[in-house]
Design a protein around this ligand. Structure first.
Ligand SMILES: NC(=O)c1ccc[n+]([C@@H]2O[C@H](COP(=O)([O-])OP(=O)(O)OC[C@H]3O[C@@H](n4cnc5c(N)ncnc54)[C@H](O)[C@@H]3O)[C@@H](O)[C@H]2O)c1
Length: 388
């Protein structure tokens, strides 16, 4: 096995980072870095120590490229100064407006028993959602669709809630068809589709009433409706920021409180999972997205706060914070800025973006009795991004 030859920079503050910026990633020309970001001091003055590059076992080092640094071939102070901080900062030139619905492709449920985890191997009974009724907001596409499918495969009936009811209806049928195909010997689940704008209280109340009328009750909730946009903070259109917070934060709050009222009214236990983001704990680079990051931090802390408030009622509330997952949302950003994928994956210890089905297990765990003593937690599903 060979490892990429890198160099480790240890900052004065003690944070260690592989010097991917000087290795696999191109070092930006000083002219591409806004003048106010150019480092005023040289690396030496800023207190960086260099550690010799890793060597192959045979002593050779032929993985190196000319851009990679060796102890014999040190970067000049000027090169270091031009790169300093550049990959740890946001780039004001990146602006991505969330596109109109019709410009986003629909997604498909996960097919095949190997990927979707069919009922083949024995597992703990407590992981089952058999007999539960789950609701997933934003379930017509992307992460919500696949998490909903994971709930169904784990035994739950499902209500898909989305702004796009037509797509939700199509996907409800798709999930049932895929289940029938993968499990011809099993009773197919009941999967229904419902309209709601999660940011609108009246719409949320009407939707919950409709789901209860069709399914009889609700046991589990996953709040996946949400979106991101990229604008530098000083130019973020206020109406778009309010909409972003309305869907991500108000939408989570409104759905959760409405389902909690329903559970309390029945004196029933329940489990909820809010979909936050690693952006609620770290600041992504280089795309600027301060309001989204703040919104996801709010979602995470809302989960903790409600978990305490509702613990006595037997309602658990946890958060899943995904890292970079490949969905229509992120694909749109990558279509606009293809170079970002290389930069993003270079920062993920597991070396790849997540697939939506990477969330099937975590969401099933948190909704099921397998996690009955877990509440108020934030489960990061990010390939290790936030650990480095
Ligand atoms: N994709 C990622 O890399 C990633 C990473 C971390 C967190 N997340 C979060 O995961 C969630 C799902 O993201 P995704 O990538 O699947 O997005 P997506 O755009 O593919 O799907 C979002 C769904 O939510 C629906 N929706 C949007 N606004 C709504 C509203 N007001 N009411 C009801 N439904 C609405 C959309 O119609 C769509 O079906 C979001 O909360 C997002 O912030 C995504």
């Amino acid at each position: 096995m060979s490892f990429p030859v890198g160099r480790v920079l240890r900052s004065a503050a003690g944070r260690t980072r592989t010097a991917r910026l000087l290795g696999t990633l191109p070092t930006p020309a000083a002219s591409t870095i806004p003048s106010r970001f150019r480092a005023p001091v040289t690396a030496g003055a800023a207190g960086f120590h260099t550690v010799p590059a890793a060597r192959r076992q045979d002593g050779s080092n032929n993985n190196r490229t000319s851009a990679q640094t060796t102890t014999e071939n040190k970067p000049t102070d000027e090169e270091l100064a031009s790169a300093a901080g550049s990959f740890a900062r946001t780039d004001d030139s990146i602006t991505v407006e969330y596109p109109p619905e019709e410009q986003l492709p629909s997604s498909e449920p996960v097919a095949g028993t190997d990927r979707a985890g069919a009922h083949v191997f024995p597992t703990l009974a407590t992981f089952s959602l058999q007999g539960k009724v789950g609701v997933v907001t934003g379930g017509a596409r992307g992460l919500g669709l696949v998490m909903g499918q994971g709930m169904v495969i784990s035994g739950a009936d499902l209500a898909i809630v989305d702004l796009n009811k037509e797509e939700a209806t199509r996907q409800a049928q798709n999930i049932v068809d895929t289940f029938r195909n993968d499990h011809p010997d099993k009773k197919p689940p009941k999967v229904t589709a419902h309209y709601a704008d999660v940011s609108d209280p009246a719409s949320v109340e009407a939707c919950i009433a409709e789901i209860v009328a069709e399914h009889g009750r609700i046991d589990n909730l996953v709040t996946s409706a949400g979106f991101t946009e990229n604008f530098e903070a000083v130019a973020y259109p206020i109406d778009r920021m309010r909409k972003l917070w309305g869907v991500n934060v108000d939408g989570t709050y409104l759905f959760a409180t409405s389902v909690a009222r329903h559970l309390m009214g029945r004196n029933a236990k329940g489990s909820m999972v809010f979909i936050g983001s690693m952006s609620g704990a770290i600041v992504n680079v280089p795309q600027p997205q301060a309001p989204y990051n703040a919104a996801k931090a709010a979602v995470r802390h809302l989960a903790s706060s409600l978990s305490v408030e509702w613990a006595g009622a037997g309602i658990r509330v946890n958060c899943i914070s995904p890292g970079y997952m490949l969905t229509a949302l992120t694909q749109k950003i990558l279509d606009d800025k293809p170079d970002l994928k290389r930069q993003w994956t270079s920062l993920i210890p597991q070396g790849r973006m997540g697939a939506p089905e990477d969330l099937m297990g975590p969401v099933t765990f948190l909704l099921s009795d397998a996690s009955s003593y877990v509440t108020g937690a934030d489960l990061r599903v990010d390939g290790g991004y936030t650990v480095t």
